[in-house]
Design a protein around this ligand. Structure first.
Ligand SMILES: [Zn+2]
Length: 155
């Protein structure tokens, strides 16, 4: 069986918030925002497909399909964690870009000067950038909120 740390997902169009949360937890997640039918199955090759569509029978190369029942993003995340028996040790929070799914890396504070608001640059010390879309991340209220959710998820 594959290591839980290497679980990769493809998430159906209707589950955008769930896709975002999986990226926050550090999982490689394709969000199939405008992909349906055959192409969705292709995008799930070698991945776990998360779907709200009961009709998909032919999995082709997808590893597994999980039907998500809840309408609520946090409960959807709980469903995934529960079905796959994901533990806190399996996640790597804040290691991945929420926007594009690429890994983010720590950068020197000086390199982001002028690229983030002045008050942020003056009050924060730790910055990460996305290796793909170059989005800059710093710790703030959204990170605190995310930490709370991780705590609720694995309490
Ligand atoms: Zn990015």
């Amino acid at each position: 069986m594959d290591s839980k740390n290497d679980m990769r997902f493809t998430v159906e169009m209707t589950l955008g918030k769930l896709a975002k949360w999986l990226r926050i937890l550090g999982f490689d997640t394709i969000y199939a925002a405008d992909i349906t039918g055959e192409k969705l199955i292709d995008a799930a090759k070698g991945r776990i497909l998360l779907t709200r569509t009961k009709g998909i029978r032919d999995l082709k190369n997808a590893k597994e399909r999980i039907f998500i029942a809840s309408n609520h993003p946090f409960e959807q995340l709980q469903e995934v964690v529960s079905v796959l028996d994901i533990a806190k040790e399996n996640i790597r929070p804040f290691s991945r870009c929420i926007q594009c799914n690429a890994l983010i890396r720590l950068v020197e504070k000086n390199t982001v000067r002028g690229k983030v608001p002045d008050y942020i640059w003056e009050t924060r010390d730790v910055f990460h950038t996305c290796s793909c879309c170059r989005k800059i991340y710093w710790s703030g209220s959204h990170v605190r909120r995310s930490r709370d959710i991780v705590r609720r998820l694995f309490k």
